[in-house]
Design a protein around this ligand. Structure first.
Ligand code: OAD
Length: 231
């Protein structure tokens, strides 16, 4: 009997699609200060700078292609005999471009804009500006639909429910530096799940997993999926 699998992904799964990670050498947080571009205070202080940062990143992601790891997870989701939940910290849409469905974007998405005044969402224009009027309430309060440091990640009730009932928790391409995602393995394990890490190198929390495999996601993930689908 097969039980559900829950997968948490981070920037490492999109690295081989040409999208920078955050904390690797040359990563985004080695070039920018989080306090300048990724907090509510930064946005209040200088919305144009924050929009510039996200507009540039959104533009880079637009032309990126999913890689073999994204595609393998979509295959698993389609063919496995039990539910496969994909929770991502990534704001890119490469899981969806690779064929995955119902991806839970806990840190938001580049695909949508969010009205800071009324909370409505709409498709992100190529370049977003703070004073773009909200299509619902007309307030000039447009912000990226991403979760900043100091804000609550999205879909946490749904995620808690999934983690409390899953049989296998797999962390892919994430450094384990940012909570609450960095604590998901603990919640899953407390509820009885086995835990597996697939990452380029040992993460900050490798020792907490039942098993860890290290290497590029485009190799590790398809190999792991092939084994599961052959069982
Ligand atoms: P990080 O940049 O912190 O970590 C990326 C991880 O991916 C590292 O452990 C790398 O070793 C690994 N990695 C790099 N290339 C890889 C490859 N080709 N195959 C497999 N693994 C690879 O990114 P995240 O853990 O996703 O949040 O960061 C978590 C959050 O911090 C992000 O969602 C973002 C950031 O600040 C917000 O902006 C709210």
């Amino acid at each position: 009997m097969h039980h559900s699998i829950t997968i948490l992904t981070g920037a490492g799964i999109s690295a081989e699609s040409g999208i920078s990670t955050f904390r690797d050498p040359g990563g985004i947080w080695t070039q920018y200060d989080i306090e300048d571009v990724a907090t509510p205070e930064a946005f209040a202080r200088n919305p144009a700078l924050v929009h510039d940062f996200y507009n540039t990143r959104r533009d880079q992601v637009r032309s990126a292609r999913p890689n073999a790891a994204h595609e393998a997870l979509a295959r698993l989701q389609k063919s496995y005999s039990a539910p496969v939940h994909i929770i991502t910290q990534n704001v890119d849409d490469l899981h969806e471009k690779g064929g995955a469905v119902d991806v839970i974007h806990m840190h938001g998405s580049y695909q949508t804009a969010l009205c800071a005044a009324c909370g409505s969402r709409w498709p992100a224009p190529p370049a977003m500006r703070h004073d773009d009027p909200c299509p619902s309430c007309a307030a000039p309060a447009t912000r990226p639909d991403v979760v900043w440091f100091g804000e609550m990640p999205y879909h946490m009730d749904q995620i808690d429910e999934i983690l409390s009932t899953t049989s296998l928790f797999v962390s892919i391409g994430t450094s384990g530096a940012v909570y609450p995602a960095a604590g998901f393995h603990r919640l899953a394990r407390a509820a009885g799940a086995a835990t597996l890490e697939l990452n380029l190198e040992p993460s900050e929390i490798t020792a907490m997993f039942d098993e860890a495999r290290h290497g590029p996601a485009t190799q590790l993930v398809p190999a792991w999926v092939a084994t599961l689908l052959a069982e």
